[in-house]
Write a protein that binds this ligand. Structure first.
Ligand SMILES: Cc1cc2nc3c(=O)[nH]c(=O)nc-3n(C[C@H](O)[C@H](O)[C@H](O)COP(=O)(O)OP(=O)(O)OC[C@H]3O[C@@H](n4cnc5c(N)ncnc54)[C@H](O)[C@@H]3O)c2cc1C
Length: 381
């Protein structure tokens, strides 16, 4: 069905393309910025995609119906370790035969989405800086330009954000032993290390995210010799307590600055913000893009549920979107921020504090209902 009203989406990332596809599927004509040539070096990262995001990507037509593809690795278990004896584990519910999440190569997902928007009959590409005479006025503009986009600033909307004194180094490694679909994470007091399973359920490939203090990360970016690479491999093999045997570097590292931030308002006149344009979060819980995809799914749902004859950019529609997404995003940011500071806090280095947080971690692991609830939220259910 064709819907009246034109929608403009600003941005060229995963959130922007998902927004364009969801609204085009509802029957709206949608315009996106003219595509740029792909960057010479592709994103080295892999994302953990939860169940809600999987459903959104299915609705966009870019996810296999049976959840099987060479570019998806099911994550069936997660083991988290504190800086002493604390440990926590999450396991996929066996009765549901579903993993906790799927690890996805970022460039593959980006390419599938870019191809889908190019193929879609109701998506057109425009140079928004100098729109053509044929571009109809927009009933709704969705800003998905990421955290540094200019459209949010041009509207005078602030992002209240705080930089972490850390950078994330993203790398790809190969492990001596198969990961078996298990994600591992260590909170060691000054850094956070995640080994995420790639290359299929029994693969040896890993996407690694290593969050470490600003002052420490540069050493690893300036690596020029084989000895320096060997030192990095030894450091990460030790930091992962040999859980997967020796780790060998296959690509990277690439550094990413880290922040937690939230826009002061999610909406303006006939305009909505989504994805990193609206919020940022530390990647330790792998939730940033999942929040962004939930934004565009919620916005699409609010538009679909509007009253007959109501514009997709009507204030009532956008207010509902803002209420729902603010309520879902803030708690996830608090939990992630709290976890970061629980382990990266100079006051917490004394033995009593360390005992308390590790005992708390193991105690939480034993709390059936609370742990199940956290697991369900992480899975996007
Ligand atoms: C190390 C690391 C690991 C992460 N792991 C995970 C994970 O496992 N799971 C997860 O859910 N999230 C993860 N995240 C978070 C995730 O990277 C972000 O939340 C996600 O990329 C946000 O997507 P976005 O489309 O909103 O913004 P972006 O990815 O920033 O995309 C916006 C794009 O739009 C382009 N753009 C901006 N303005 C314009 C314009 N006017 N015209 C055209 N193009 C424009 C920008 O250049 C950019 O390419 C991780 C983050 C980091 C740093």
């Amino acid at each position: 069905m064709t819907q009246s009203g034109h929608i403009t989406v600003l941005g060229a990332g995963i959130t922007a393309h998902a927004a364009a596809l969801l609204l085009a599927e509802q029957g709206f004509s949608v315009s996106l910025p003219a595509p740029q040539a792909p960057p010479h070096t592709r994103d080295i990262r892999a994302y953990a995609i939860n169940h809600t995001s999987r459903d959104t990507l299915k609705a966009c037509g870019v996810w296999p119906q049976d959840d099987q593809a060479a570019w998806l690795t099911p994550m069936t278990h997660m083991r988290v370790f504190g800086d002493a004896s604390g440990a926590l584990q999450f396991d996929a519910p066996p009765q549901q035969a579903q993993p906790l999440a799927w690890m996805v190569d970022v460039p593959v997902l980006e390419d599938h989405l870019a191809e889908a928007v190019t193929r879609h009959a109701r998506v057109q590409f425009d140079d928004h800086a100098s729109p053509s005479a044929q571009t109809p006025p927009s009933a709704l503009t969705i800003i998905c330009e990421g955290k540094s986009g200019i459209a949010r600033t041009a509207l005078g909307i602030d992002m209240v954000s705080k930089h972490y004194p850390h950078r994330a180094l993203a790398l790809r490694m190969r492990a001596e032993h198969s990961h078996g679909g298990v994600a591992h994470q260590w909170f060691n007091g000054t850094h956070i290390l995640a080994l995420l399973p790639m290359g299929g359920a029994d693969g040896h490939d890993l996407a690694v995210v290593w969050s470490l203090p600003d002052a420490a990360h540069q050493t690893w970016l300036d690596m020029e010799t084989t000895a320096q690479t060997a030192a990095l491999e030894d450091q990460l093999t030790q930091a992962s307590q040999g859980a997967l045997g020796h780790l060998s570097l296959t690509s990277g590292p690439v550094a990413f600055p880290l922040s937690v931030g939230l826009t002061t308002q999610w909406i303006a006149q006939q305009t909505a913000l989504a994805g990193d344009a609206a919020h940022t979060i530390h990647p330790l819980a792998g939730q940033g893009l999942n929040l962004g995809l939930a934004d565009v799914q919620t916005l699409s749902d609010c538009v679909a549920a509007r009253a007959r004859g109501e514009s997709p950019g009507a204030s009532r529609v956008l207010q509902r979107y803002q209420r729902r997404r603010r309520a879902a995003t803030e708690p996830m940011q608090w939990v992630t921020h709290g976890l970061f500071h629980l382990f990266n806090n100079p006051l917490g280095r004394n033995p009593a504090a360390s005992w308390l947080r590790n005992a708390g971690m193991s105690g939480f692991n034993a709390m059936g209902p609370l742990k199940s609830w956290v697991q369900r939220v992480g899975m996007g259910n």
